[in-house]
Design a protein around this ligand. Structure first.
Ligand code: ADP
Length: 888
């Protein structure tokens, strides 16, 4: 951005320069009357982003000042667009009332930045997605690697963030008050980012954020450990943050950074936050970013929300319920007891139809308490935020009534139900206080109901009576001055005036009791002493009524904020909404309660992919498939042509795990799932060419990640490992990866491949179960049955699929003839492909003789001499094995 010198600026522009200097990273919305104006480069950038007219006004340093503006009333929509485009906006308001008369000459009105709007600190409904959290995430390196209080850009460049450096993470949702922290490592950071999907990130400049780099905020000052702990303690008014749990040094620092940032963005005001809650990674299913990306959990790969797991299962009726559901889907559990508790809840609702229906109806009327509280706590509340609290309290009582006797509910529901009853006095107060038809803004007046506040009623009465007197005067004046068309009107500048047609004015000009005020082409305006007096009384009463109404409103806001049970009640409503949503889904009959066990069982019966199923054209039925990965057949090899349904099958299996461990119903007839600790899914081409990595490189990096991280309780579903390189290379790699998964990692896995030759490995890998997608050939055409069968594909069908895809017939025919030729040569050739002659390959680890011999030894009974002998024997054997080349 071009730098302008404030020298020689007009007083108003000097003010602009001063405010801009405080907020150099943000566009400055400079309040002038009913507009927010932008100047210089801010104006150019905003005009382009908002597609509004760019004008010029005056000159500065010999150049015209570019300028554009947005009406204050329409500001939220414009703000939303700017934030979405990655801008930050500092809003400067007039902090003194417009001066009338002479005062206006005394230079510009005082202005101050009251708020910096950034993607991670939003509170307005217009700027937020109702069903998603909006998180600000702060990441800080552990104190060992951080200079205290240093500010980032230059000095620390030398010391890159190390892979094992502990990082403190703290995240805040300003709109709901959520505040959590965690300690992570570089290695687990990507997983956390994927799970939280933050809108804005505060992080050291040298910390790589991958796909989330676009969310980076300008770097901020990181306090030292002690300063951070004190900062937190004072923010929450406790002697020590230890009151809320155990925070590592880096967690405390991150939390302090986040709190500071939020407070600065709200011009020093701290919204109401829950106290920081440290989270441990334990208890949550590990889902790495590539897995998340391949499964379209909350957002589809095209960025939309439509074809996602969330949309397939969501039957919530409130925004808070949708947010909680998104949270559960993002972070499934690994604790079978907690999972079962969620299941018990919705199963009960599933089986109690009338309860469920009543609960759902009650919840439909529950507004977003958490977000209303967020705005109210920042002094940004409007009448509808108070009515939201009132209506939510009402809905909560209705929900409690729908659930009935708490003692017959399963614990998960009874706990939620117990939180619904509070704040009845507050509800009654709000019911009495708020007018029936609420205006959108407090300034519009008429928020507080008549009869609630005597003083307010008094002012209003005065105002309204005087108005009535004024209205009565019209007839009186008409006859007194003999002008039938005389009107009394209210005029913005003049107040109440008598208005008569120009023709009648000559008759009135000479009268002593009339003051001439203004003449237009068609009318003349007069006033009387009586009228002027009434006007002043009305204005004064109206002003007093407005001030009193604000005071009453603020007292109600204080009462709401003092009500400690509201956040708990909001959470309970959200929980019940997710529970009824699950129950609705399950009540349809095609979703089951999975049996989530503490072993490595795995058996899905007639399982479906809910998203693919719902996207199928009318009249097409989804073919359900079972998936048995029991311990003795825990690795499934899946072959079959493209388009046969392999990816769908892989994904639906992964989705079943996410649903089951999130405590949701599963799209299957029956499901038993031994808790999975980490889920790895690599399905569908994830070409990362934009980042300059070839498909094969990406594929191998991801394969490496799986082999290095997966363990015996993990589930791995991979599609076409080795597809990105030459056939023999690819086959060799697929083969060795399959072996490693089977025998070293020992996880449950589905391994989909084009290399149907791999099915021969079933002889050496006892827990490998080859399966294939059923296809049928009909009059030279291929028909996909989408059914998973035991066995292996006999051919690839590639040529058929090419025909299906519309490759010209001549090319397809030619390919068909070439294929026959190649197959014939292969069959009668001098030797088969060496790699498939499994007998000649190095013995596989499972039957490794060295291992076998070693395991027979009982070290406790060996003499030193015997041990040495065995060592020599094993060494000799090892050297022999290493030296025997693959035959070929
Ligand atoms: P592959 O991975 O083998 O190339 P996909 O899983 O992408 O195949 O499936 C291709 C298409 O076939 C899907 O988009 C869907 O329309 C259809 N399909 C897949 N599985 C099924 C099924 N079980 N029942 C019905 N249609 C299916």
């Amino acid at each position: 951005m071009k730098r302008y010198s404030p020298e020689g600026a007009t007083p108003a522009m000097a003010q602009w320069f001063a405010l801009k200097a405080e907020n150099p990273e943000a566009l400055l919305f400079f309040r002038m009357g009913d507009f927010y104006e932008l100047f210089f480069d801010d104006a150019t950038a905003a005009a382009a982003a908002l597609d509004i007219a760019l004008t010029a006004r005056g000159t500065h340093a010999g150049e015209p000042i570019s300028m554009c503006g947005v009406p204050v009333a329409a500001a939220p929509a414009y703000l939303a667009r700017l934030i979405r485009r990655g801008f930050r906006v500092a809003v400067a308001e007039q902090t003194e009332a417009p001066r009338k008369g002479k005062g206006a000459a005394k230079g510009p009105l005082a202005r101050a930045v009251v708020r910096v709007v950034t993607p991670g600190t939003l509170t307005e409904d217009e700027l937020l997605e109702p069903g998603r959290s909006n998180l600000l995430l702060a990441l800080v390196e552990g104190p060992a690697s951080t200079g205290r209080g240093r500010k980032g850009k230059g000095a620390e460049k030398a010391q890159k963030v190390q892979a094992d450096t502990p990082l403190g993470a703290a995240w805040i949702d300003v709109s709901t008050g959520l505040f959590e922290t965690a300690s992570v490592t570089q290695a687990s950071l990507a997983g956390l980012l994927g799970r939280l999907d933050p809108a804005e990130i505060l992080a050291p400049a040298d910390l790589a954020l991958g796909d989330f780099d676009a969310c980076r905020a300008p770097e901020v000052l990181v306090p030292g450990v002690e300063a951070a702990r004190q900062r937190l303690a004072s923010a929450f008014d406790v002697a020590s943050v230890d009151a809320f749990g155990t925070f590592s040094d880096e967690e405390a620092m991150a939390a302090a950074v986040a709190v500071d940032y939020v407070q600065r963005s709200q011009a020093g005001k701290l919204p109401r936050l829950t106290h920081p809650t440290p989270q441990t990674d334990g208890g949550i299913l590990g889902i790495d970013p590539a897995t998340r990306a391949s499964l379209d959990l909350l957002r589809a790969r095209d960025g939309g929300m439509e074809h996602t797991l969330f949309s397939a299962v969501n039957q919530t009726v409130t925004a808070a319920g949708a947010r909680l559901m998104a949270e559960w889907l993002s972070a499934p559990l690994t604790d079978v007891v907690r999972i079962a508790a969620r299941q018990d809840g919705w199963c009960w609702l599933r089986d109690s139809t009338s309860c469920r229906t009543a609960l759902r109806e009650a919840l439909k009327k529950a507004p977003d308490v958490a977000r209303a509280l967020g705005r109210l706590s920042l002094g940004r509340g409007q009448p509808r935020d108070l009515s939201a609290i009132r209506d939510a309290l009402h809905a909560a009582r209705a929900a409690a009534a729908a659930l009935g006797d708490v003692s017959r509910l399963p614990p998960y529901l009874s706990k939620a139900a117990a939180s619904l009853g509070g704040a009845q006095e507050l509800e009654a107060e709000l019911v009495r206080a708020l007018a029936e038809d609420l205006p959108a803004r407090l300034d519009d007046g008429g928020v507080i109901a008549a009869g609630y506040d005597g003083e307010l009623d008094g002012y209003r009465g005065l105002r309204d009576n005087s108005r009535r007197v004024v209205a009565g005067l019209q007839t009186e004046y008409a006859s007194r001055y003999g002008v039938a068309s005389l009107k009394i009107k209210h005029h913005a500048q003049l107040g109440y005036v008598i208005e008569v047609p120009v023709g009648a004015s000559s008759r009135m000009k000479d009268r002593d009791d009339l003051m001439f005020r203004q003449g237009t082409a068609s009318n003349a305006r007069f006033s009387t002493e009586e009228l002027a007096g009434l006007d002043a009384r009305i204005a004064e009463a109206a002003e007093r009524a407005a001030a009193r109404e604000k005071a009453v409103f603020n007292a109600l806001v204080d009462a709401v904020l003092a009500e400690q049970t509201l956040p708990v009640l909001a959470k309970a409503l959200a929980v019940l909404d997710v529970q009824q949503s699950c129950a609705m889904l399950a009540a349809g009959g095609s979703w089951c309660r999975p049996d989530v066990t503490d072993d490595t069982a795995f058996d899905l019966q007639a399982c479906r992919h809910p998203v693919v199923e719902s996207a199928l054209p009318k009249g097409t039925r989804f073919t359900p498939n079972g998936c048995d990965l029991s311990p003795n057949r825990r690795v499934m090899l899946l072959t079959g042509p493209n388009m046969a349904g392999k990816s769908t099958f892989l994904r639906q299996t992964a989705l079943a795990v996410i649903l089951a461990q999130g405590g949701f119903p599963v799209a299957a007839e029956k499901a038993t799932i031994g808790v999975v600790d980490q889920l790895f899914s690599r399905v569908g081409a994830s070409d990362d060419l934009a980042r300059g990595r070839s498909t094969f490189m990406v594929e191998m990096t991801e394969t490496a990640a799986i082999l290095n991280q997966a363990g015996p309780r993990s589930l791995v579903v991979v599609d076409e490992i080795g597809r990105g390189t030459a056939t023999l290379d690819g086959l060799a790699i697929a083969w060795s990866v399959l072996e490693a998964l089977h025998s070293t990692v020992r996880c449950r896995a589905i391994f989909a491949t084009h290399f149907h030759e791999l099915a021969d490995l079933v002889d050496t890998l006892p827990r490998l179960a080859p399966h294939t997608m059923a296809v049928r050939e009909w009059r030279g055409q291929i028909v996909f049955l989408h059914e998973v069968l035991v066995g292996s594909a006999k051919k690839s069908w590639g040529v058929h699929v090419a025909r299906l895809a519309g490759v010209p017939a001549s090319v397809v025919d030619r390919a068909g003839r070439l294929l026959k030729e190649l197959e014939r040569e292969h069959a009668t050739g001098p030797k088969p492909l060496p790699l498939f002659d499994t007998q000649k390959i190095l013995p596989h680890e499972e039957e490794n003789t060295l291992r076998k011999r070693l395991s027979e030894v009982d070290p406790d009974t060996l003499t030193p001499r015997a041990a040495l002998d065995i060592l020599y024997e094993l060494h000799k054997q090892a050297v022999q094995e290493e030296g025997s080349p693959v035959q070929g």
